[in-house]
Design a protein around this ligand. Structure first.
Ligand code: IVH
Length: 783
């Protein structure tokens, strides 16, 4: 055997083992990045030695040439369906029939019945599939079809990551047909739909449809790109018996690499089955995948044989269903709600219908793009879905049932609350110094605080606990204050009189006094709370804190140019423009002036934060101007050669070519030939200097710190320090701490409970430290 062949076999065995640990045992022993490395090595070796590629290699999960049709497969043993139970009484009746069929003494009121052993499994909501293994190799995959004849989807099932292409170990029957469900996790489904939405592709109404649509693809490359999973729940044809019980079979299959349900349990008697049903029902929302019930099977295979079948259902198994999460109902009307930032949102008014035990009469429609995507008309029959605690959603229109008098949905031209004009928002993209404007999905009422709906929401937000924390002012009272014209901006709260409050519904002397005290006590907020309370679109608590901490004063935040704001951690250009235009708006400036006029004193104001000062540099500023083909490196070269912004602006082509390649030099010259650009750059520089930045000193600070220029992310919980402390320590070493993982992240610190950020870091191959390693690193730097 050649060295290449030996290594290929080694790699396959190792990858198979990791796959098994990951998919079946749920105990991965190496990080994903290491797995990817081994996988790449195998792929490269196989590419160099195509003759050594075999069908069972882990690299062969990528799909194959597209088919024109699926061929048919006959199921030697038919694939049956299950009887359903909805109520406890149905289940007790099932158990009684089983006992009777097995000639066991049936219990009476005083007990005495035999306890039949049942296996309990979740009923996954996907589609049934048969996988045929010959001598341990996967040779065929088929859909259930009508139970007797299905479709050959062999190439497609081979792309499913947790379907073993080759069985592990030994001792398996020469012919072994396993049966189970192909499904998509809730997270996989969301991700798929998001991706489809981005590329304008077909979205799916639920994970089941997504799984079916993905598996029955003639082009298996598409299947390979979809997050499908398999879970085995039984056997078909076998050349040899495996175990004496159903659970025995599944456990043996697990040792051969077959994924089985982690929820598989044995119940002794019907009461334990019912307890299992209740337990899974309580955890239904928290499970990673959707289930529509649980399946109980008589565990003893001998008893199963004795009970046999009735028509197309086994007498030894039953599905105990949960309430459905989807129902059909009628769209009576679409109304429009106005939110805090003026967004006018369509809301579906539905003929009330019970979905998973809760009556649903309204559902959000998000925005007009969603209405268009659904092709929704008033009068339509629609599919409503209420997954877990999520707000009910309209998933689909049943176009076949559209009545003749169905009406289209139109966005109103004027605000339903205040009558102001409703405008479509614009999406402004800024790149290469140019702005491109396109239409956004959101419509806004331009009335702002003159619009009752926006005013009410703005005040509810302003007084909320994490904002100004004015206790004692509930939504109802805010509505009354606005409706009676006592308050027309947040500033008016500070001039309310006891007489005005005591007249409100639900107020008496004591509560009036308490509310006035709470209003007075809110007059010394921190700068961060105050910024958050203003309700600037896209500025949550975190961003408000960043603004306050970095810029140190309301004055600076109010005048900061968008490009200056993008120096702050986690503030992108879009949000920067939102912040800037909020403070440019005379109306908002007026409210702020009034608030300060009523005696509000902002706490914690001070200097520009050192971290912010250290993050600015002249080269950074030039890079932010988005001059065609001039990135950070080009900017550095310019600064090194020419020294100051004035000189760069004044430089001619010849000067510039000493620093840059001809194409870049010309781009810089052309850019600054436009006086508006030159002015913008100078204004930026001026503002940064006015904020206390000095180009000469800043470089030293940055370079002096050991983690300068690095972006870190903290996720999960740390046990030996708080995340805030961890963040401060990193920042004091010069690192930037970001809230999300991207290709630019240098390192992720992951504590227990780390979730999607850790997954993403692993996907991107980013260095991950646990708390111990993190502390060791801090200590190494004297932290
Ligand atoms: S046993 C003869 N077990 O439910 C027994 N089915 O209505 C056949 N299903 O077509 C099926 N999870 O697609 C079984 N743990 C489970 C299941 C399960 C989901 C589906 C399967 C089947 C349908 C039966």
């Amino acid at each position: 055997m050649t060295a290449a062949n030996t290594r290929i076999l080694e790699l396959r065995a190792e990858l198979d083992q990791h796959n098994y640990r990951y998919h079946v045992l749920d105990e991965p022993s190496i990080p994903d990045a290491e797995y990817d490395r081994l996988f790449r090595e195998l792929k490269e070796l196989e590419a160099a030695h195509p003759d050594l590629v075999t069908a069972d290699s882990p690299t062969q999960r990528v799909g194959n040439v597209a088919l024109t049709a699926f061929s048919q497969v006959r199921h030697e043993i038919p694939m049956l369906s299950l009887g359903n139970a909805f109520e406890e009484t149905d289940m007790r009746e099932f158990d009684r029939r089983v006992n009777e069929g097995l000639d066991l003494p049936v219990g009476d009121l005083f007990g005495g019945g035999a306890a039949v052993e049942y296996s309990c499994e979740p009923k996954l909501d996907g589609l049934a599939v048969s996988l045929l293994y010959q001598d341990g190799l996967l040779v065929r995959g088929a859909t259930r079809g009508d139970g007797t004849t299905g479709e050959d989807i062999s190439v497609n099932v081979r792309t499913i990551r947790n379907v073993p292409l080759k069985l592990h170990g030994s001792g398996w029957p020469a012919t072994l047909e396993v049966r189970g469900e192909v499904f998509m996790s809730k997270a996989g489904f969301e991700r798929l739909n998001e991706g489809q939405m981005e590329v304008g592709g077909k979205t799916f109404a639920n994970p089941r449809n997504a799984a079916a649509g993905s598996l029955r693809q003639l082009d298996s490359k598409i299947t390979a790109s979809r997050p499908l999973e398999f879970c085995c729940y039984g056997l078909g044809q076998v050349s040899e018996n495996i175990a004496e019980t159903h659970i025995g079979n599944l456990e043996k299959l697990k040792t051969w690499g077959m994924p089985i349900s982690r929820e598989l349990k044995l119940a002794k008697g019907i009461d334990e089955c019912l307890a299992y049903y209740r337990d899974i029902g309580e955890r239904r929302n928290a499970l990673a995948y959707e289930i529509d019930g649980v399946v109980f099977k008589v565990n003893s295979l001998a008893s199963q044989r004795e009970l046999g079948f009735r028509a197309r259902e086994p007498r030894w198994a039953i599905a105990h269903k949960f309430p459905a999460m989807e129902e059909l109902t009628e769209l009576l009307d679409v109304e429009f709600q106005v939110g805090r930032t003026g967004a006018v949102t369509p809301v579906a008014r539905l003929k009330p219908v019970k979905v998973a035990g809760v009556t649903v009469a309204n559902a959000t429609l998000h925005n007009m793009d969603e209405v268009a995507r659904l092709g929704l008309m008033i009068g339509d029959t629609v599919i409503i879905r209420r997954a877990g605690d999520v707000i009910p959603q309209v998933m689909q229109v049943v176009t076949e049932r559209r009545p003749e008098n169905a009406r289209p949905v139109h966005i109103p031209e004027t605000c339903p609350v205040c009558g102001s004009h409703v405008e479509r928002t614009q999406l402004v993209k800024r790149s290469k110094g140019k702005e491109t404007v396109s239409e956004g999905a959101v419509y806004r009422c331009v009335g702002r605080l003159a619009c009752g709906a926006q005013l009410k929401q703005a005040i509810i937000h302003f007084v909320s606990r994490r904002a100004m924390d004015i206790d004692g002012l509930g939504e109802k009272s805010v509505e009354q204050l606005v409706d009676e014209g006592l308050v027309s901006s947040p500033a008016d709260l500070y001039i309310l009189t006891p007489e005005q409050i005591i007249d409100l519904e639900g107020f008496a002397e004591v509560s009036t006094r308490k509310l006035l005290d709470a209003i007075a006590a809110s007059k010394r907020p921190t700068l961060a709370r105050f910024i958050f309370a203003l309700g600037i679109p896209d500025v949550g608590e975190e961003t408000a804190k960043v603004l306050a901490r970095s810029l140190g004063s309301l004055e600076r935040i109010m005048v900061a140019l968008p490009q200056v704001l993008t120096y702050l951690p986690d503030i992108g250009l879009e949000v920067a423009y939102e912040i800037h235009s909020f403070f440019e708006d005379p109306h908002n400036r007026n409210v702020i002036a009034e608030l300060l006029g009523h005696g509000l004193e902002l706490q914690d104001q001070g200097d520009v934060h050192a971290e912010f000062a250290a993050s600015t540099s002249l080269a950074g500023l030039i890079a932010k101007l988005d001059i065609n083909s001039v990135g950070p490196t080009g900017a550095e070269k310019l600064v090194a050669k020419l020294g100051s912004l004035d000189k760069i602006i004044a430089a001619d082509g010849i000067d510039l070519r000493q620093a840059l390649a001809a194409k870049q030099a010309d781009a810089v010259r052309d850019y600054f030939r436009d006086p508006a650009n030159a002015e913008r750059a100078l204004k930026l520089e001026q503002q940064l200097q006015a904020f206390g930045m000095h180009w000469a000193s800043e470089k030293k600070v940055v370079e002096g710190l050991p983690l300068a220029g690095q972006t870190w992310v903290l996720t999960g919980s740390l046990e030996r320090m708080s995340r805030d402390v961890g963040k401060e320590k990193l920042e004091s070493l010069g690192a930037k701490v970001a809230g999300s993982v991207s290709a630019k992240t240098h390192c992720v610190v992951a504590g227990p409970g780390a979730g999607s950020k850790l997954t993403k870091a692993n996907e991107l191959g980013i260095k991950v430290l646990d708390e111990d390693a993190f502390i060791a690193l801090l200590e190494a730097h004297g932290g």
